[in-house]
Design a protein around this ligand. Structure first.
Ligand code: 0O2
Length: 268
């Protein structure tokens, strides 16, 4: 067996992580640009540390020659969501890309099937093609999708696990299970807030569309109405806009519609 030039061997894995981070961040940006709630809150990624790769290979009895074929999380991407429902959305987004720019190999739902430790997260293993100077190379990558609360728990538990090196005291394990339960309850409570948030976003969207319509109606009236009348409309619009009452804005828009029809009948 030749010695592994880790730096060189891990380079494509780093490229895969970087490309995937860019892609998921672009999805987040597209949602934000549309003014819609993004199911993706944050994207992180890493190439597994060499010591962790060797450690995991030893634990699983994987021969060093088979490491890159058998370890599926050397490239790892983590997608953090605000709400549990967002996890399903992200999973659908990834499934939609299956056979396009990535291939889904396996899914593990630890959100519904919580691990004994209390760990919750949705894992998707993919094959991701990258293109290097040497041509195409398929890289296995593990995408972990979890909420902010699940991530908070997993990060703390991971550090403790590392500290105790697999020999965590039972009382600490139990306390962590209680914390996992608390994180679960927090996620459930947050779901109710999610509905409020989406409702608020819908109202903002309706208001934005209405304001666009009013401005366009006012512009059209400039062709027919007198300047004084137009100043009156503008003033009224500014007052109502500042007040922010959608019903009053709707009524004002109705009056503008009636006015526009009247002027057209008079002048056409
Ligand atoms: P790291 O340092 O995050 O890369 P297993 O045999 O159960 O240990 P397996 O078969 O590789 O793990 O797959 P699994 O169960 O899908 O876990 C893969 C990764 O999920 C782990 O990678 C962790 O990142 C995370 N994970 C799984 N279970 C737990 C858990 O109980 N607590 C925490 N905090 N994370 C977990 P690594 O290589 O173990 O660690």
């Amino acid at each position: 067996m030749e010695t592994i030039n880790w730096k060189e061997v891990l380079l494509p894995y780093e490229q895969a992580v970087n490309e995937l981070i860019v892609k998921f961040n672009s999805i987040k940006k597209a949602y934000n640009t549309d003014g819609v709630h993004s199911p993706i809150e944050q994207v992180d990624g890493r190439v597994k540390a060499i010591s962790s790769i060797i450690g995991k290979a030893n634990k699983r009895n994987i021969h060093i020659d088979e490491i890159f074929e058998k370890l599926e999380d050397i490239s790892g991407v983590r997608i953090i969501c605000r709400f549990v429902e967002d996890i399903d959305k992200v999973v659908s987004i990834i499934r939609e890309r299956d056979g396009k720019d990535m291939n889904v190999l396996e899914e593990e739902d630890y959100v519904t099937h919580t691990k004994k430790s209390g760990y919750r997260s949705y894992h998707i293993t993919i094959n991701y093609p990258i293109y290097t100077v040497n041509g195409r190379k398929d890289i296995k990558a593990e995408i972990q999708i979890r909420t902010l609360a699940m991530n908070f728990w997993a990060t703390i538990e991971h550090s403790l696990r590392y500290k105790y090196n697999g020999n965590m005291p039972d009382d600490l394990k139990e306390r962590l299970q209680v914390c996992a339960e608390a994180a679960f309850i927090l996620d459930t409570e947050m779901t109710t807030i999610r509905d409020e948030l989406l409702e608020a976003q819908k109202i903002v969207q309706i208001k934005n569309n209405l304001v666009d319509e009013i401005i366009s109606n006012i512009h059209n009236l400039y062709f027919y109405a007198k300047v004084e009348k137009m100043n009156e409309f503008n003033q009224k619009f500014i007052e109502l806009y500042q007040e922010g009452n959608i019903d009053k804005l709707l009524e004002f828009n109705r009056q503008l519609d009636v006015m526009a029809k009247l002027y057209k009948v008079k002048y056409v």
